[in-house]
Design a protein around this ligand. Structure first.
Ligand code: DC
Length: 238
């Protein structure tokens, strides 16, 4: 597992700009918000969920029994997973599995149904958190996930935990074809597993700002975060 610049060998350009952590359960709107905030603020973007999904896809392709934590931990070490930085200082980092971007293969019902079991294995989290930290360390990035503010980057300059009612989250997910049109049942099961697991469960950091997006528009949440970023940039040495 490694992090590379665009093209594979370019030196990675570090920045002194802010790190923004956006955590929350599935369907809270965090992917849409995180992408839009990164675009609006001219920051890089990392979807850490895609790293767990790519690893899960690799294990499914290798026919590893995902309920067997030991087999998962063993097989995970051999998976060829790369995070590729976008060119310049903005844009989404690409997740490559065996050198190829898996695209919608990350969003199938099979991956939705198994990713939480894989993400609950401590050895998997250790590997992927290490990979994610190497990229976040470059700076100037919006990172979305479940444990960014608590584990991956507790020193983030802006820390937000996005929530929405269960009903609203299920509604958004079933509307979202990129999310695989996940059913309310699968979503609820995945959230329960992600929040109930022993290893870094989905949780708001003590110093995170909790934003309930049930009754707010995406625009309102994005604007709020852009203001927080502006304030954080103003106080940060650059
Ligand atoms: O964000 P997502 O729904 O694509 O994430 C897929 C799964 O990956 C999610 O069910 C739990 C896991 N995950 C995690 O454990 N930690 C993260 N930082 C991000 C995702």
């Amino acid at each position: 597992m490694k992090v590379v610049g665009l093209g594979g060998d370019e030196p990675v350009e570090g920045t002194a700009d802010v790190v923004v952590a956006i955590d929350g359960p599935a369907g809270s709107g965090k992917s849409t918000v995180a992408r839009r905030v990164a675009e609006g603020a001219g920051l890089r973007y990392l979807d850490t969920g895609a790293t767990y999904r790519a690893l899960t896809l690799a294990l499914l392709r290798r026919r590893i029994p995902v309920e067997d934590a030991e087999a998962v931990a063993d097989a995970a070490k051999a998976v060829d997973l790369t995070l590729e930085l976008p060119p310049g200082r903005a844009g989404a980092a690409r997740v490559l599995l065996d050198g190829v971007e898996p695209g919608l293969a990350l969003r199938t019902p099979e991956v939705n149904a198994t990713v939480s079991a894989v993400a609950a294995v401590p050895a998997v989290r250790e590997l992927l958190v290490g990979l994610q930290r190497s990229l976040v360390g470059v700076g100037g990035i919006v990172v979305e996930g479940r444990d960014i503010g608590t584990v991956v980057w507790p020193d983030a300059d802006v820390k937000v935990f996005l929530t929405a009612s269960e009903h609203e989250r299920a509604r958004r997910r079933s509307d979202d074809t990129e999310g695989g049109g996940e059913t309310a049942e699968t979503l609820a099961r995945r959230d329960a597993l992600d929040s109930g697991r022993a290893a870094s469960p989905t949780r708001a950091a003590a110093d995170a700002l909790v934003i309930d997006s049930t009754t707010r528009t995406i625009d309102q949440v994005v604007d709020h975060l852009l203001q927080l970023i502006e304030a954080a940039r103003a106080t940060r040495p650059r």
